[in-house]
Design a protein around this ligand. Structure first.
Ligand code: GLA
Length: 416
């Protein structure tokens, strides 16, 4: 009996220690390769054409986006990359050199224009014969394409698997998934090597929808970020499924190598302001790349206010580079935390409840479940006001809304 009690006490002590270790003591961030950390020391920030323009994007749209990044203050808030997604590609010439199509008459001139605004420019291709929209891919032309991008002055490449899956992997190794995955890894590594050989610092973004756990092998293949899921859409359900399923991947992120839950839909579709706020807050908690995808020339002031909220951006861009994770989920509430530089902590509470009479129900925050003890003084990053979180405090949030608080000096349980 006594032995059992002692054993139970020891087990309890171990469990509490483990719980405290998980919720309090920050582990050192994942190691980055020095070169990778140079191009993406914090998650890349910018804008990408796909989520608003899809296949219609033109040279003029990219120029306008660059203009607006400056005009709206987004550049000052930290946005850097103006990324052209799919549908810029034209034909290859007799030497195999890729040319842009009629929508993009002169890539070098476009890159110069974007650079003249103090911004950087990104482009899109894939390891297959065709891109997702059916344009020319890089298969068999990897070195040549990397060289062309570098000559144009490209600073970022999104490399999208698409046709590579059915036309290369599944053809070369039918019924052998393991071999198919090796083929994919080799293809991504090949372009990684080609980019490196150009000598130009180019952010390398993997887009293969989380196949074969890219977080395990992408950094070694030169990847600075890798998509963890299929495509985002401008509706809350899709954003929530993607965002809240990132828990557990935090140990793979760090300076130079980031999980990518896909680009932002802030300002797109019929997202409510609360949903836009929650989407942006969650991506910041996840140390996700912040690539806006909205119509910048027609951006509403309230959307601009979300995208340029510097306190929230500072959470995303925190130098420690530690991705946040779920503290706990209870009922219809998600509580996430992220460790920040200097011992600070971000705490985000999301009300997942849909409409209905009791949609905005007060719930209790349990600081103690987060490993914290006593009142926690911080700043509400959406109201900009000082706030103090207390244990068991009833908190009321609107449908799909968020409370995001930065606590600079968290008081941890069991810490002297
Ligand atoms: C895939 C990607 C998207 C976009 C399109 C372009 O669906 O996941 O982000 O790049 O291709 O065709």
């Amino acid at each position: 009996m006594r032995t059992l009690t002692a054993f139970a006490a020891a087990a309890f002590a171990l469990a509490s220690w483990t719980a405290a270790a998980q919720t309090s003591a920050p582990k050192p961030p994942a190691k980055a390769k020095p070169a990778a950390a140079r191009v993406a020391p914090t998650p890349p920030m910018g804008w990408n054409s796909w989520n608003f323009f899809f296949g219609k994007v033109t040279d003029a749209d990219i120029r306008h986006a660059a203009d607006e990044m400056v005009e709206t203050g987004m550049k000052d808030a930290g946005y850097v990359y103006v990324n052209i997604d799919d549908t810029w590609e034209g034909e290859r010439d007799a030497n195999g050199v890729i040319h842009s199509n009629a929508k993009f008459p002169d890539m070098k001139a476009l890159a110069d224009y974007v650079h003249s605004k103090g911004l950087k420019i990104g482009i899109y291709s894939g390891p297959g014969p065709k891109t997702c929209a059916g344009y020319e891919g890089s298969l068999g032309h990897e070195e040549q394409d990397a060289k062309t991008y570098a000559e144009w002055g490209i600073d970022y490449l999104k490399y999208d698997a698409c046709s590579f899956i059915p036309q290369v992997m599944e053809k070369q190794a039918p019924n052998d998934k393991a071999e198919q995955m090796r083929i994919m890894e080799a293809a991504y590594a090949k372009m990684g090597k080609a980019l490196k050989a150009t000598g130009r610092p180019i952010v390398y973004s993997f887009c293969e929808y989380g196949w074969d756990a890219p977080w395990e092998w992408a950094p070694a293949a030169g990847g600075n970020l890798w998509r963890t899921t299929g495509d985002v859409q401008p509706n809350w359900d899709r954003i929530a499924v993607i965002g809240f399923s990132q828990d557990g991947l935090e140990r793979y992120a760090g300076p130079g190598h980031w999980n990518d839950p896909d680009m932002l839909e802030v300002g797109n579709g019929k997202l409510t302001l609360a949903e836009n706020r929650s989407h942006f807050s969650l991506w910041a908690m996840l140390a996700a790349p912040l690539l806006a995808g909205n119509d910048l020339p027609n951006m509403k002031p309230e959307i601009k206010a979300i995208l340029t909220n510097r306190d929230v951006i500072a959470i995303d861009q925190d130098k420690l580079g530690r991705q946040g994770s779920r503290g706990y989920a209870e009922g219809e509430v998600e509580v996430w935390t992220r460790h920040l530089e200097g011992g600070a902590l971000a705490i985000a509470l999301f009300n997942m409840a849909d409409n209905g009479r009791f949609g905005a129900h007060p719930f209790h925050l349990s600081l103690s479940r987060l490993g914290l003890e006593g009142p926690q003084a911080g700043k509400d990053l959406w109201s900009g006001k000082a706030t103090t979180l207390t244990d068991k405090e009833p908190i009321e949030l609107g449908k799909h809304d968020v409370l995001l608080v930065r606590v600079d000096k968290p008081v941890w349980k069991n810490r002297k």
